[in-house]
Design a binder for this molecule. Sequence first.
Ligand code: UDP
Ligand code: MG
Length: 313
Amino acid sequence: MSFRLLSLVVPCYNEESCLRALYASICQILPSLPEGLEVEFRFVDDGSTDGTLSVLKELRAGDPRVHYQSFSRNFGKESALLCGMEAARGDLVAVMDADMQDPPSMLLEMIPYILSGEWECVATRRVDRRGEPVIRSFFARMFYGLMGWLTRVNLEPGARDFRLMTRKYVNALLSMREYNRFSKGLFGWVGFKVKWLPYENKERLSGESKWSFIGLCKYALEGMIGFSTSPLYLSFVLGFLACLFAAIICIKTLVKTLFFGEAVQGYTTILACLTFFSGLQFLLIGVLGLYISKIYMEVKGRPIYLVQESSDE
Ligand code: UDP
Ligand code: MG
């Protein structure tokens, strides 16, 4: 198989301190690419508030292979990825972070797998979570366990978004027009043959991770709601079990009073049941609410991102 153009999609949010180094290290590996494979850069400035856009303009001025799109505000990494992939013209597309946590040199390792024609995508998986707070790793593991249980989408634990894809794979991703975009789930959902490469966790070159703990929890919840309707079924099953439980208690009380004449007892039990079941009801209504809020956002059909400025105008 031969490919002509490799598009490098890089979402950037306040990454002015990393971009030049990233560009330089990508340029270093370019001579080692297979013969005839050209490269284009597709940077997406996700509404950065620092000098990211001016760095991109500077890179563009020095190299016509650099393209950028700049959002009107911060739309989130998922939107930036979508924009970059839509703009990409290559028959090969790679997505990578701007902070050098995804080493560009690994692209050289990935390309032969795609060239072999056996895989549509080469993805990366962290083998360790070194340098990450223990509590975060714990919750991450819990999330992957729960996701595996709730959905049939294959989520690879420790998977990064760093991957190299063929046009066929990218088109499959682009054919999903949903507003609530959870990339890890979308990647899993499209299927195809994916080759996983392990790699050691790297520290950010500079700047800070954009993920707060609360942000990650929200992201996890979005993923579960976006890719599974199991919580709705679970609500149904729980409701059914609660009814069954209530019926048994009723029959038991009836039998006790009619045949044994026992007086009413168990005030505490009643109180506990009452609070438990009303709590459960609120929880289940909350689950419904989460889905309705997603439907609400989907039916509005708003654009997933808005570009304010682009190098290709
Ligand atoms: N990013 C983005 N929009 C956001 C947050 C992050 O485009 O709202 C980009 C960011 O610039 C980086 C990548 O997504 O290139 C991954 O972000 P980060 O390094 O903060 O995440 P982590 O590596 O800690 O998972
Ligand atoms: Mg990072």
